[in-house]
Design a protein around this ligand. Sequence first.
Ligand SMILES: Cc1cc2nc3c(=O)[nH]c(=O)nc-3n(C[C@H](O)[C@H](O)[C@H](O)COP(=O)(O)O)c2cc1C
Length: 333
Amino acid sequence: MRTRITKLLKVEHPIVQGGMHFVGFAELASAVSNAGGLGIITGLTQRTPELLAREIARCRDMTDKPFGVNLTFLPTFSQPPYPEYIQAIAEGGVTIVETAGRSPEEHMPTLKAAGITVIHKCTSVRHALKAEAVGCDAVSVDGFECGGHPGEDDIPNMILLPRAAEELRVPFLASGGMADARGLVAALALGADGINMGTRFLATQEAPVHANVKQALLDATELDTRLIMRALKNTERVLNNDNVMRLQQIEKEKGSSLTIEDIHDQVAGVYPKVMRDGDMDAGAWSCGMVVGLIRDIPTVGELISRIMADADRIIRQRLSNFLDETLPDQQTL
Ligand SMILES: Cc1cc2nc3c(=O)[nH]c(=O)nc-3n(C[C@H](O)[C@H](O)[C@H](O)COP(=O)(O)O)c2cc1C
């Protein structure tokens, strides 16, 4: 399958693995890239630019295919040293960066001077247009169903993607709610050039996380995610657990006077406890509604080849059969 995204990113399949805190290590990024997609190392999971440089080198030892680095611009006062992170990325020979959180405008001159292809992940058409205007090469459009931060507009991909297609000139990825070939083909039909997946890649053999995390994804349904931090305008979609219920109780009691300090225990330092130690109730961690479509823990290679083979079948058989009047019955998926 060839799309504007496979061409831009020089990958075989139009499938990208979005940055994931304490998940996007070299093991997962290289596995996705080796399988013909684009793997992404999560920049800020590495506490310093020096550690990121080491992680990039480790990834390079595991794949000779292109891979990227995610740079999440956080809404915090203590800002990570982004210019130094960008320097580590450029010096490590990485040519693709996924930005997220806030507009990458301030850093575009440095990124572009280093010859880096920038994919900005955002949750609205206006932010996507802004990304295009400041020189991003592509965008990832994250719908309301996504794991992580869906923004504050609550527009699901069935609307957001065709709206993005109407307005954008740069290629774009459908992000949020993607797990299989049905999602990929639907995304292409809605105007996207490929897909970005988070939660689905978490449920793979190579995802370097505790087995409890993968089991929790198998056990959960599409009804098990919750939105938190709405009052802080920093909404996050997470998997429900004891601490998330406690957090929601605090949110209810505090209402619009909620501050981040009120929920510090439920959101700070949670990721290593969940992802590394397998403490599933440690606090709030991102998970998409698509968890309801996850029923196995394949290797990344199996997952990607299954998606591409099924997409071929859906397009050539199921969809084209709808146009063939000689066939009496449509087969199911
Ligand atoms: C566990 C987890 C951690 C994530 N961490 C980040 C992050 O640090 N930075 C970021 O830009 N996106 C992060 N995301 C969002 C993903 O990159 C991706 O946009 C999202 O998962 C897509 O929705 P999906 O989960 O429905 O596939 C995270 C998602 C998950 C599930």
